[in-house]
Design a protein around this ligand. Sequence first.
Ligand code: GLC
Length: 470
Amino acid sequence: MDEELRNATEKIEDEFSLDRNFLVKAKNHFLTSMDAGLTNEDAARVYMPMLPSFVTSLPTGKELGLFLAADLGSNFRVCSIDLHGDHSFDSKQSKYPVPKRLMKNSTSDALFSFLASKLQEFLKTHHHEIQNSTALKMGFTFSFPVEQIAIDRGKLIRWTKGYSLPDCVGRDVVEFFQKHIDMLNLPISIVALTNDTVGTLLARSYTNNSETTNSRTVIGAIFGTGTNGAYFEKLSNIPKLAGVTLPGDAQGMVINMEWGLFDNSLDILPATKYDNFVDKVTPNRGYHLFEKRISGMFLGEILRAAIVDLHEKSLILKDMPKAKFLPATHLLNQRFLILTEQMARFEIDESENLEVIRTVCETEWHLTTTIGEREAIKILTRAISKRAAYLCAIPLSAIVTRVKDEYRQDDKDFEVGCVGSIIEFYPGFEEHLLDAFNKIGPLKGSNKKIILKLEADGSEVGAALCASNA
Ligand code: GLC
């Protein structure tokens, strides 16, 4: 790599590195934000809203019965879940990609009518036996910030992850969906609305038999297209619920934190010019800035921003005209060109000539690179993904710090039920996350540890569990 490119790349690498002091400070800031969110009633404000889920207990593992679950995220997934009451379940499921044209510049009616038609397809394929008289209870996982007012009612606060249908904001999404289900005369009743993080926490609490695993599930977390988490909080710690009527035996509530909004005013979070660049090209500009530094939807775009910057400075892809002189349609100018899945392959390209990077650049992006340029791309990839994994340790260590005293009488480890492509597939992500968690050290001095446990289908199983309780 020539010296100029090396210097510039290392400078960017430095901007992305996070030290222990920062991590500890951020964990403390996160704890303060949790309290602010649990106190403040304005769920739509830009900082971490700590949304009540109206789920007042965690599953015991004994829940029983057949329930439907529908999950809208980057795909629409429909499942039927048969809970066996012994920490196990069977499921049937189908996944339907949501057409891009329905995600923005469209209407909520068009989206929910599409979703209802997919439910119909699902019933035809998997559940001929269900007649009109035996309406199935369904849990709806809607993985966006929702101000919930009951277990089966909630208003969308704002869209995230690339969706933008303004007519839905402020409206009850269950009402929308049920209307379209009824228009098709489907024997389905939505009895619970939930977030994917809440679902994941419930699902793992159900499947984890803590007597045999010796771990206690305390967090449900998503590290995928977006990032967010949920945990169980004591009612006495949620002042904003003071005036709300809840079941008499309720001791606490699962909180959907929407941690994608953590430090949205950027008081302490790193803000490189690449982060600012990415924010500008998203429909929810100015929001979910923590998420935009972490999740699968954005990491590739941060990398593209860094490559474009080096190119503008004539340090990389030197033979190519500058991006601003290239047609808008040129791949280098294309927003979200780089997929996190491609970065995952760059991350572990150990071939002498960096063949994986070379091939992707050449065949998928039509960019001819030198070995030095590929080395630079690999360094940038690793810096961006490592920062993302380190940032993920902040919420986990803050929550563990907050709840650990409640469990000081037992010796069980703390478990995080996880879902998401980044945690599941990105090489080294989990190791970096745990490394940063241990640097912060919330469990230092005790013999407990944190365990990240993948819970495939967590949000669907959780939605079924919510429905079973409704
Ligand atoms: C976004 C959504 C949030 C969801 C997360 C993970 O942050 O706002 O509700 O839980 O993505 O899917």
